[in-house]
Design a protein around this ligand. Structure first.
Ligand code: HEC
Length: 115
């Protein structure tokens, strides 16, 4: 019994430690990408990337190339058909170190599936 409680204690402590990463230091790239998304993208895109936001379209399922092109230069990869014809998104080139994390988070989501 005591061992079981001890294991739970260890598990909960680890959970608490990982949940408090906050500053984007989490070991999990998806968690870091989600934090970066919530910190930099939801002024325009929806908190849930599968939905259209107040200004920007849904971005779940975006490829690394697409995210890099939009975030670094506000362009699109060759041959990509944009969801919107506008060019309203401001590039955020200072986020280059976060591109891999953003791609892990957004790219790992299935695209919007609105019934
Ligand atoms: C200032 C508002 C704004 C911010 C902030 C913003 N976006 Fe956008 N985003 C847009 C708009 C508007 C579009 C639609 C195309 C356009 O007008 O540029 C777009 C389009 C995109 C697209 C292309 C969608 C498609 O398939 O055509 C991706 C990917 C994207 N944004 C990712 C991001 C990410 C990742 C961030 C945060 C790092 C972000 N955006 C921050 C406004 C914004």
């Amino acid at each position: 019994m005591a061992t079981a409680w001890f294991r739970w204690g260890v598990a909960l402590t680890l959970l608490a430690v990982s949940a408090c990463g906050g500053g984007g230091d989490e070991a999990d790239p998806v968690a870091r990408g989600r934090a970066a998304y919530l910190a930099n993208c939801v002024a325009c895109h929806a908190t849930n990337p599968k939905l259209a936001g107040p200004i920007g379209p849904e971005v779940a399922g975006s490829s690394r190339e697409l995210i890099a092109a939009k975030v670094m230069r506000n362009t699109y990869p060759p041959g990509y058909a944009p969801k919107r014809a506008t060019r309203a998104m401001a590039p955020l080139p200072h986020l280059e170190p976060k591109l891999e994390d953003l791609a892990s988070y957004l790219g790992g989501l299935s695209p919007a599936s609105i019934p």
